[in-house]
Design a protein around this ligand. Structure first.
Ligand code: GLY
Ligand code: MN
Ligand code: MN
Length: 436
């Protein structure tokens, strides 16, 4: 049995059963679907890649792990692709038992009967919600004469989220691979970008490269913003020509076996920073390096955010974007005009990964970092093009620098060190490349 399933069972309460569904295919338009992406919790626990499956995990049973899967079907497989089927699930995925998912409805009574507690996350899969609710209702109507259904329903997400938050060695290996592929794709972009190229062409060459290196694709929609498009945080249109004298901000990560990398680099389209661009860049880089050093055991997530705000507010003063005492500016949240996002987030199967940021949700006590946690470090400065209070030379400049780190016992490992962020090295790399 998979290690992840065993560890989940260890944390289930006595007398409980869990129902964890896979994702379904989603319509893109009319009768075409988006490329299938497995549900991250389901993928983490089962490693089973197909849609529509359901894992049933029964605490205390001799054979605790059953997978309901799409049955083999020659006609469906000819049209829509191969299936593992019941045999494949048993042979290749370490389950105790497998059945056709078509039997799930009929089996539900058997699955739930005699268990006081059910682990299930409502309001994700409405069709499955209805089956479970209908069963519970029927049993109540029968005044519990046929079967005794669970009376406590627990959302399993927090348990799985905590498991996902602490990366195993195997996971760190996969994340390093996702990071290496994306880092190399960013290096390629630095070598290829030149004035007159379209943002979409940069997106295309990076994605093609990632897939060529074994990634399933991008981990999220790439952000490729030339000039003041870099000041739009989630700019994903990626369809404008790149101009001589502008910066380009690229936020792009690869997905490898479900794991995300998340890298941002900002560099000059023509290979040479202007003095004004370099001034903003140097401020962000200095903050980013300090925040990486801060991402270590003991420091909390909120402390790191506050630290980034303090450093960037100082930087804004240095650039003449803000005036006043740092303490007052922070109190007034003056920095929000130029820095309006978090300095980073958990990273893993989801780019914004699972796990709580607070030790105690009520008290809002921020969580200290611990070994095995994966985080991004991504400070930025974004000066709106029409900001009349900013020195003219900085208007329309957007800079973000983002790396991915794993916290260790003694510090952290930068997974994305494979692509430089040193401005002199970026210029040297761009000038050395065959860009004409
Ligand atoms: N690419 C999404 C983020 O940086 O959080
Ligand atoms: Mn990013
Ligand atoms: Mn990020």
């Amino acid at each position: 049995m998979r290690e992840e399933i065993k560890r989940f069972i260890d944390q289930m309460e006595e007398g409980s059963v869990a129902i964890i569904p896979a994702a379904h295919e989603k319509t893109r338009s009319y009768d075409t679907e988006f490329k299938f992406r497995q549900d991250s919790d389901f993928w983490y626990l089962t490693g089973f890649p197909e849609p529509d499956a359901i894992a049933v995990i029964t605490k205390g049973a001799k054979k605790p792990y059953t997978l309901y899967v799409r049955p083999r079907d020659p006609l469906m497989e000819t049209w829509f692709g191969r299936r593992q089927g019941v045999e494949g699930a048993v042979k290749n995925f370490g389950v105790d038992k497998a059945h056709s998912v078509e039997k799930f409805g009929a089996d539900l009574g058997k699955i739930l009967a005699g268990h006081e507690k059910l682990y299930y996350r409502f309001a994700v899969d409405t069709e499955l919600d209805q089956k479970i609710l209908q069963y519970l209702n029927e049993q109540r109507v029968r005044r519990l004469k046929t079967a005794y259904p669970p009376h406590t329903i627990i959302d399993p997400t927090p348990i799985i989220g905590e498991m996902r938050l602490h990366k195993s060695e195997r996971e760190v290996g996969l994340m390093q691979k996702a990071a290496d592929i994306a880092a190399e794709a960013h290096v390629l972009a630095m070598k290829k970008v030149k004035p007159g190229m379209n943002e979409g062409q940069v997106e295309a060459l990076m994605e093609a490269f990632m897939k060529d290196k074994g990634a399933s694709g991008v981990a999220y929609n790439s952000i490729i913003g030339g000039g003041d498009n870099a000041t739009i945080l989630h700019y994903v249109e990626n369809n404008m020509p790149l101009k001589d004298g502008d910066l380009i901000l690229i936020d792009a990560g690869a997905e490898y076996q479900g794991y995300a990398s998340d890298i941002t680099r900002t560099f000059p389209v023509n290979g040479k920073f202007t003095p004004a661009q370099r001034e903003v860049y140097d401020v962000v880089l200095d903050v980013q390096l300090k925040c990486i050093d801060f991402t270590v055991v003991g420091n909390t997530h909120q402390q790191r955010q506050d630290y980034s705000i303090e450093l960037l507010t100082e930087g804004m003063k240095q650039l003449g974007l803000l005036k006043g005492k740092t303490k007052d500016l922070i109190k007034k949240k003056a920095y929000l005009k130029y820095y309006m996002h978090g300095v980073g987030h958990w990273l893993g199967l989801d780019v914004h990964d699972a796990g709580r940021y607070f030790v105690d949700q009520q008290a809002k006590q921020s969580r200290p970092y611990a070994p095995g946690m994966a985080l991004t470090v991504e400070p930025g400065l974004y000066i709106p093009p029409d900001d009349r209070s900013a020195p003219a030379k900085y208007r329309g400049i957007g800079v973000r620098i983002e790396d991915d780190v794993i916290v260790t016992e003694t510090g952290n490992i930068n997974l994305t060190a494979g692509v430089t962020k040193d401005p002199d090295e970026i210029e040297a790399l761009m000038q050395k490349s065959a860009r004409k």
